[in-house]
Design a protein around this ligand. Structure first.
Ligand code: PNS
Length: 158
């Protein structure tokens, strides 16, 4: 497979995301991690911070590059010459929404979505849970890369 995209908000990137990027790199020549620029939601980390944290965390994955996008994902896929979208599925609860999105993306742009079953080590992980635990001073050291753990400490002044 030529080039795939792993889209998301990544506020911040977690070890679960990194696992999906790694597995996407095992099946594709190029993996573009595409960070959504959401104009209606500020988030904890700025888009630039999210991109930097992903780049730092993916230094061991040479096929991975990081970009931002706004607008429709299928338009980004077209301009980038992307063959498929790759996403992780953590649990049945992810399935309904992911199925809807994949069907819509196929209808809009005939772009296929491939799902990888999340490593059970990370199946409970989400960026929002990581933010909440970090905000209350909990230990997120096994959930996120070192640079992200450090950045969360700075954000929450711990
Ligand atoms: O990490 P998230 O927030 O679950 O990622 C959601 C994302 C970025 C994959 C999704 O919101 C998206 O693709 N947004 C771009 C706008 C778009 O194409 N919407 C139609 C999707 S069917």
């Amino acid at each position: 497979m030529q080039k795939v995209v792993c889209p998301g908000s990544y506020d911040p990137v977690t070890n679960g995301h990194i696992d999906v990027f790694k597995r996407a790199s095992d099946i594709a020549n190029e993996v573009v991690v595409a960070v959504l620029v959401n104009h209606s939601k500020a988030g904890l980390f700025s888009i630039e911070e999210r991109v930097d944290l992903i780049k730092e965390s993916c230094q061991h994955l040479p096929k991975v590059s990081v970009q931002t996008f706004d607008g429709l994902l299928v338009d980004f896929c077209k301009t980038q010459g992307v063959t498929a979208i790759v996403k992780g599925l953590r649990a049945v609860s992810d399935f309904d929404y992911e199925l809807q999105m994949s069907q819509m993306n196929y209808q809009l742009g005939q772009v296929e979505t491939l799902f990888v079953a999340t490593n059970p080590l990370y199946s409970f992980l989400s960026s929002s849970l990581v933010r909440e635990v970090a905000r209350h001073g909990g230990d997120i050291s096994t959930s996120v890369p070192k640079s992200v753990a450090q950045a969360l400490k700075v954000k929450y002044k711990r």
